[in-house]
Design a protein around this ligand. Structure first.
Ligand SMILES: Nc1ncnc2c1ncn2[C@@H]1O[C@H](COP(=O)(O)OP(=O)(O)O)[C@@H](O)[C@H]1O
Ligand SMILES: [Mg+2]
Length: 241
Protein backbone atom coordinates (compact mmCIF):
# COMPACT_ATOMS: atom_id res chain seq x y z
CA UNK A 1 0.00 0.00 0.00
CA UNK A 2 2.90 2.33 0.77
CA UNK A 3 6.17 1.58 -0.92
CA UNK A 4 9.32 3.37 0.14
CA UNK A 5 12.29 3.26 -2.22
CA UNK A 6 15.81 4.46 -1.52
CA UNK A 7 14.58 7.10 0.90
CA UNK A 8 17.13 9.56 2.22
CA UNK A 9 16.63 12.62 4.41
CA UNK A 10 19.42 15.05 5.20
CA UNK A 11 19.41 18.27 7.12
CA UNK A 12 22.09 20.42 5.60
CA UNK A 13 25.23 18.74 4.38
CA UNK A 14 26.28 16.91 7.50
CA UNK A 15 23.20 15.51 9.14
CA UNK A 16 21.97 12.36 7.46
CA UNK A 17 18.82 11.31 9.29
CA UNK A 18 17.40 8.64 6.97
CA UNK A 19 19.76 6.45 5.01
CA UNK A 20 18.47 4.48 2.08
CA UNK A 21 15.25 3.11 3.52
CA UNK A 22 13.42 0.51 1.43
CA UNK A 23 10.19 -0.86 2.75
CA UNK A 24 6.66 -1.82 1.72
CA UNK A 25 3.73 -1.42 4.09
CA UNK A 26 0.88 -3.82 3.35
CA UNK A 27 -2.77 -2.95 3.49
CA UNK A 28 -4.68 -3.93 6.61
CA UNK A 29 -1.62 -4.46 8.79
CA UNK A 30 -0.52 -2.65 11.92
CA UNK A 31 3.13 -1.64 12.15
CA UNK A 32 4.85 -0.48 15.33
CA UNK A 33 7.97 1.59 14.75
CA UNK A 34 10.27 1.45 17.74
CA UNK A 35 13.86 2.40 18.51
CA UNK A 36 16.01 4.78 20.49
CA UNK A 37 15.39 8.48 20.45
CA UNK A 38 17.11 10.25 17.55
CA UNK A 39 16.99 7.17 15.33
CA UNK A 40 14.79 8.89 12.73
CA UNK A 41 11.35 7.50 13.61
CA UNK A 42 9.52 10.84 13.48
CA UNK A 43 11.32 11.92 10.36
CA UNK A 44 10.42 8.66 8.66
CA UNK A 45 6.73 8.69 9.56
CA UNK A 46 6.49 12.36 8.56
CA UNK A 47 8.05 11.56 5.18
CA UNK A 48 5.32 8.97 4.57
CA UNK A 49 2.74 11.70 4.07
CA UNK A 50 5.28 14.28 2.91
CA UNK A 51 5.13 16.48 6.00
CA UNK A 52 8.89 16.24 5.54
CA UNK A 53 10.13 16.13 2.01
CA UNK A 54 12.72 13.46 1.36
CA UNK A 55 16.15 14.47 0.11
CA UNK A 56 16.20 11.50 -2.25
CA UNK A 57 14.06 8.51 -3.09
CA UNK A 58 10.46 7.70 -3.88
CA UNK A 59 7.34 7.00 -1.88
CA UNK A 60 4.36 5.40 -3.57
CA UNK A 61 0.92 5.41 -2.04
CA UNK A 62 -1.14 2.85 -3.94
CA UNK A 63 1.01 3.29 -7.05
CA UNK A 64 0.87 7.09 -6.94
CA UNK A 65 4.34 8.56 -6.55
CA UNK A 66 3.69 11.14 -3.82
CA UNK A 67 7.24 12.45 -3.96
CA UNK A 68 6.57 13.67 -7.47
CA UNK A 69 6.10 17.43 -7.85
CA UNK A 70 2.77 17.00 -9.62
CA UNK A 71 1.06 15.17 -6.81
CA UNK A 72 -1.79 16.94 -5.02
CA UNK A 73 -0.61 16.38 -1.45
CA UNK A 74 -3.82 17.63 0.11
CA UNK A 75 -5.68 14.85 -1.64
CA UNK A 76 -3.11 12.31 -0.53
CA UNK A 77 -3.22 13.47 3.08
CA UNK A 78 -6.98 13.01 3.19
CA UNK A 79 -6.26 9.32 2.74
CA UNK A 80 -3.41 9.28 5.26
CA UNK A 81 -4.63 10.43 8.66
CA UNK A 82 -2.07 11.59 11.18
CA UNK A 83 -2.10 11.72 14.96
CA UNK A 84 0.64 13.66 16.76
CA UNK A 85 2.19 13.46 20.20
CA UNK A 86 0.80 16.86 21.12
CA UNK A 87 -2.69 16.39 19.69
CA UNK A 88 -2.70 19.55 17.49
CA UNK A 89 -6.41 20.21 18.03
CA UNK A 90 -7.95 23.52 16.96
CA UNK A 91 -7.96 25.22 20.37
CA UNK A 92 -10.65 27.76 19.51
CA UNK A 93 -13.15 25.12 18.36
CA UNK A 94 -15.14 22.75 20.51
CA UNK A 95 -14.69 19.01 20.16
CA UNK A 96 -17.56 18.58 17.75
CA UNK A 97 -16.34 21.36 15.49
CA UNK A 98 -12.80 20.02 15.56
CA UNK A 99 -14.23 16.93 13.90
CA UNK A 100 -16.79 18.50 11.55
CA UNK A 101 -14.56 21.31 10.28
CA UNK A 102 -12.76 19.43 7.52
CA UNK A 103 -15.86 17.39 6.69
CA UNK A 104 -17.65 20.60 5.80
CA UNK A 105 -14.68 22.44 4.31
CA UNK A 106 -12.95 19.64 2.42
CA UNK A 107 -15.60 16.98 1.90
CA UNK A 108 -18.41 19.52 1.38
CA UNK A 109 -20.64 17.62 3.75
CA UNK A 110 -23.74 19.40 4.96
CA UNK A 111 -23.93 20.41 8.59
CA UNK A 112 -26.27 17.68 9.77
CA UNK A 113 -24.40 14.92 8.03
CA UNK A 114 -21.10 16.14 9.46
CA UNK A 115 -22.62 16.31 12.91
CA UNK A 116 -23.97 12.81 12.63
CA UNK A 117 -20.55 11.56 11.66
CA UNK A 118 -18.88 13.41 14.56
CA UNK A 119 -21.43 11.95 16.96
CA UNK A 120 -20.73 8.39 15.92
CA UNK A 121 -16.95 8.92 16.00
CA UNK A 122 -17.14 10.43 19.47
CA UNK A 123 -19.11 7.45 20.59
CA UNK A 124 -16.45 5.14 19.18
CA UNK A 125 -13.70 6.89 21.21
CA UNK A 126 -15.90 7.07 24.31
CA UNK A 127 -16.38 10.84 24.35
CA UNK A 128 -20.02 11.43 23.46
CA UNK A 129 -20.44 13.48 26.63
CA UNK A 130 -17.62 15.88 25.67
CA UNK A 131 -18.89 17.05 22.28
CA UNK A 132 -19.30 20.66 23.33
CA UNK A 133 -16.16 20.96 25.44
CA UNK A 134 -13.15 22.98 24.28
CA UNK A 135 -9.71 21.37 24.10
CA UNK A 136 -8.43 23.25 27.18
CA UNK A 137 -11.22 21.61 29.19
CA UNK A 138 -10.08 18.10 28.31
CA UNK A 139 -7.49 15.77 29.78
CA UNK A 140 -4.59 14.76 27.56
CA UNK A 141 -6.12 11.35 26.97
CA UNK A 142 -9.41 12.91 25.94
CA UNK A 143 -7.63 15.33 23.61
CA UNK A 144 -5.81 12.50 21.93
CA UNK A 145 -9.02 10.53 21.46
CA UNK A 146 -10.61 13.60 19.86
CA UNK A 147 -7.57 13.89 17.59
CA UNK A 148 -8.02 10.26 16.58
CA UNK A 149 -11.72 10.81 15.91
CA UNK A 150 -10.88 13.88 13.84
CA UNK A 151 -8.36 11.95 11.76
CA UNK A 152 -10.85 9.11 11.21
CA UNK A 153 -13.58 11.51 10.09
CA UNK A 154 -11.85 11.81 6.73
CA UNK A 155 -12.05 8.04 6.32
CA UNK A 156 -8.32 7.64 5.78
CA UNK A 157 -6.94 4.44 4.31
CA UNK A 158 -3.99 4.54 6.67
CA UNK A 159 -3.52 6.11 10.08
CA UNK A 160 -0.05 7.39 11.02
CA UNK A 161 0.61 8.00 14.71
CA UNK A 162 3.79 9.54 16.08
CA UNK A 163 4.12 8.65 19.76
CA UNK A 164 0.43 9.14 20.42
CA UNK A 165 0.76 8.44 24.15
CA UNK A 166 4.13 9.97 25.04
CA UNK A 167 2.57 13.06 26.58
CA UNK A 168 0.13 11.04 28.69
CA UNK A 169 0.16 9.45 32.14
CA UNK A 170 -0.39 5.68 32.39
CA UNK A 171 -4.14 5.81 32.87
CA UNK A 172 -4.69 8.10 29.89
CA UNK A 173 -2.22 6.08 27.87
CA UNK A 174 -4.32 2.98 28.45
CA UNK A 175 -7.52 4.62 27.23
CA UNK A 176 -5.85 5.85 24.03
CA UNK A 177 -4.18 2.50 23.37
CA UNK A 178 -7.53 0.80 23.80
CA UNK A 179 -8.96 2.93 20.98
CA UNK A 180 -5.95 2.23 18.76
CA UNK A 181 -6.27 -1.49 19.39
CA UNK A 182 -9.93 -1.36 18.47
CA UNK A 183 -9.02 0.37 15.19
CA UNK A 184 -6.33 -2.16 14.46
CA UNK A 185 -8.91 -4.90 14.94
CA UNK A 186 -11.15 -3.31 12.29
CA UNK A 187 -8.42 -3.87 9.71
CA UNK A 188 -7.38 -0.25 9.26
CA UNK A 189 -3.79 0.04 8.08
CA UNK A 190 -1.85 1.65 10.92
CA UNK A 191 1.73 2.81 11.38
CA UNK A 192 2.48 3.78 14.96
CA UNK A 193 5.70 5.11 16.45
CA UNK A 194 5.58 4.03 20.07
CA UNK A 195 7.55 3.38 23.24
CA UNK A 196 4.79 1.14 24.59
CA UNK A 197 6.39 -2.25 24.16
CA UNK A 198 3.47 -4.26 25.53
CA UNK A 199 1.10 -2.51 23.17
CA UNK A 200 3.45 -3.11 20.24
CA UNK A 201 3.74 -6.76 21.18
CA UNK A 202 0.02 -7.22 21.48
CA UNK A 203 -1.32 -5.14 18.60
CA UNK A 204 1.29 -4.91 15.87
CA UNK A 205 1.56 -7.37 13.02
CA UNK A 206 5.12 -6.19 12.46
CA UNK A 207 7.73 -4.43 14.55
CA UNK A 208 10.03 -2.09 12.67
CA UNK A 209 13.13 -1.42 14.68
CA UNK A 210 14.81 1.80 13.57
CA UNK A 211 18.41 2.50 14.35
CA UNK A 212 20.58 5.33 13.04
CA UNK A 213 18.32 6.23 10.18
CA UNK A 214 17.61 2.75 8.92
CA UNK A 215 15.07 0.02 9.45
CA UNK A 216 17.46 -2.34 11.12
CA UNK A 217 14.90 -5.07 11.65
CA UNK A 218 11.37 -5.92 10.66
CA UNK A 219 9.76 -8.96 12.20
CA UNK A 220 6.66 -10.28 13.89
CA UNK A 221 6.49 -9.22 17.55
CA UNK A 222 6.95 -12.74 18.99
CA UNK A 223 10.06 -13.17 16.96
CA UNK A 224 11.43 -9.69 17.59
CA UNK A 225 11.00 -9.70 21.35
CA UNK A 226 12.23 -13.27 21.81
CA UNK A 227 14.93 -13.27 19.21
CA UNK A 228 16.05 -9.87 17.96
CA UNK A 229 18.85 -10.25 15.45
CA UNK A 230 21.13 -7.33 16.22
CA UNK A 231 22.89 -6.55 19.45
CA UNK A 232 21.53 -3.03 19.25
CA UNK A 233 17.93 -4.28 19.14
CA UNK A 234 18.60 -6.72 21.97
CA UNK A 235 19.97 -3.91 24.12
CA UNK A 236 17.04 -1.70 23.25
CA UNK A 237 14.56 -4.39 24.32
CA UNK A 238 16.48 -5.01 27.54
CA UNK A 239 16.30 -1.33 28.41
CA UNK A 240 12.63 -1.01 27.58
CA UNK A 241 11.25 -4.06 29.43
N1 LIG B 1 14.73 20.04 11.44
C1 LIG B 1 15.82 19.37 11.80
N2 LIG B 1 17.05 19.92 11.61
C2 LIG B 1 18.17 19.24 11.95
N3 LIG B 1 18.17 18.02 12.49
C3 LIG B 1 16.99 17.43 12.72
C4 LIG B 1 15.75 18.07 12.38
N4 LIG B 1 14.74 17.23 12.70
C5 LIG B 1 15.33 16.13 13.22
N5 LIG B 1 16.68 16.25 13.24
C6 LIG B 1 17.64 15.23 13.71
O1 LIG B 1 17.34 14.02 13.09
C7 LIG B 1 17.58 12.94 13.96
C8 LIG B 1 16.36 12.05 13.99
O2 LIG B 1 15.29 12.74 14.59
P1 LIG B 1 13.85 12.14 14.75
O3 LIG B 1 13.34 11.71 13.43
O4 LIG B 1 13.04 13.14 15.50
O5 LIG B 1 14.15 10.86 15.65
P2 LIG B 1 13.19 10.04 16.63
O6 LIG B 1 11.77 10.39 16.32
O7 LIG B 1 13.53 8.61 16.37
O8 LIG B 1 13.57 10.43 18.02
C9 LIG B 1 17.95 13.53 15.30
O9 LIG B 1 19.34 13.45 15.44
C10 LIG B 1 17.48 14.94 15.18
O10 LIG B 1 18.27 15.80 15.96
MG1 LIG C 1 10.22 11.21 17.46
Amino acid sequence: MIKVENLYKNYGKDIEVLKDINFTFEEGKTYAIIGSSGGGKSTFIRCLNMLESPSKGNIYFKDLNITSKNTDLNKVREKMGMVFQNFNLFEHMNVQNNITYALKKVKNMDKNQALEKATSLLQMVGLSHRALAYPHQLSGGEKQRVAIARALAMEPEVLLCDEPTSALDPEMTAEVLKVLKKLSDTGLTMIIVTHEMNFAKEVADYILYMDQGQIAECSAPEQFFANAKSESAQNFIKNML
